[in-house]
Design a protein around this ligand. Structure first.
Ligand code: ZN
Length: 339
């Protein structure tokens, strides 16, 4: 089968790899019908050292189940399924508590930008959907694999609710989904911090009420000016870089909360004094998107939210290396892959 392999920063290739097969009785194998490139894939695209053998890429997918292992009960061959970016057994303490990303048997996928993929713990991991494989909703359904669930997680961690003033840092796909989530949860004011005109326009369509295109101290001043000098109740940090966290601390109001979902590119969270004296909640991490599908799927199916609009380019597997380049150069917002 063909798969996407990254050998070092900037070096993405499509190669023949051994076919995905059932290796354990709890496994399934899916034929990938939709995948995509994630903003977090751009971190290794910029800094992966030379990696002998390469690293298979991709952690978001919708696929058709081709085969299941002997212990798989719920998932069947022929099912169309959403593949959350983390696999989980669905039965351990943390799965029961709603945190499948910390499943004791779990882990994070790689290799979804490919023709097929092995799915550990298929019953716990995969989410069957009742639509045709070419349904018009497919892009939005694909976002439930990661970015829409991650934006929702940022909003929940930042305690978004009716009447709240929300600031979203980052105008990538997760930030834009964060805007959708904030609007959906009843936020009164949604300030997007971003600089790309087309993404800002989409953010406004999704419900952003204000735009801040400045950076650093200027951005903090602008948010303060938009919030009667107080700052935001809820800050969604959807970047993962240290300056973004510094901005988050600068714009969160006393008693407020920061939901961080950008994969951190820093070792430690600063702001210890401010977070203490202002009673700031700092929460977040990899989103348990598997459990959010129950809640978000009806809104997607009935057209109340359209997170699939974050995709602005579609490629076949051969086009994936160019897709990485385009996303890295900010020519594309998010690239959908049809293997
Ligand atoms: Zn588990």
């Amino acid at each position: 089968m063909r798969a996407t392999v990254m050998y070092k920063a900037g070096d993405v290739r499509i190669e023949q790899r051994p076919d995905a097969t059932i290796e354990h009785p709890d496994d399934a194998v899916i034929r990938v019908t939709r995948a995509c490139i994630c903003g977090s894939d751009l971190w290794p695209y910029n800094d992966l050292p030379t990696t002998p053998g390469g690293r298979t890429m991709g952690h978001e997918a919708i696929g058709l189940v081709e085969a299941v292992g002997a212990h798989v009960r719920r998932i069947k061959a022929g099912d169309l399924v959403i593949m959350p970016f983390a696999y989980s057994d669905g039965s351990c303490l943390f799965c029961e508590e709603g945190l499948p990303t910390s499943c004791v048997h779990g882990g994070f996928f790689a290799g979804a930008q490919a023709e097929a993929l092995r799915i550990p713990y298929a019953d716990g991991t995969l989410y069957p959907i009742q639509v045709g494989p070419d349904d018009a909703l497919m892009p939005s359904l694909l976002t439930l694999s990661d970015v829409m669930g991650t934006g929702h997680h940022a909003a929940l961690c930042a305690k978004v609710g009716p009447g709240k003033v929300v600031a979203v840092i980052g105008d990538g796909a997760v930030g834009l989904c964060g805007v959708i989530a904030a609007k959906r949860l009843g936020a009164e004011q949604i300030i997007i911090l971003g600089r790309h005109a087309d993404r800002i326009a989409l953010a406004r369509d999704f419900g952003a009420t204000d735009v801040v295109s400045e950076r650093g101290e200027d951005a903090i001043e602008r948010v303060k000016a938009l919030t009667k000098g107080f700052g935001a109740h809820s800050v969604l940090e959807c970047v993962g870089a240290e300056p973004a966290m510094a901005t988050a601390f600068g714009i969160v109001r006393p008693g407020g909360a920061i939901g961080r979902v950008g994969v951190p590119h820093y070792e430690s969270v600063t702001g210890g004094m401010k977070s203490f004296f202002d009673n700031i909640t700092i929460a977040g991490g990899p989103a348990p998107v598997r459990i959010y599908i129950d809640e978000l799927l009806p809104d997607v199916m009935e057209g109340r939210i359209e997170p699939g609009r974050v995709f602005d380019r579609t490629v076949a597997l051969d086009g994936v290396p160019e897709g990485y380049r385009a996303m890295n150069e900010r020519e594309a917002l998010k690239v959908l892959v049809r293997p």
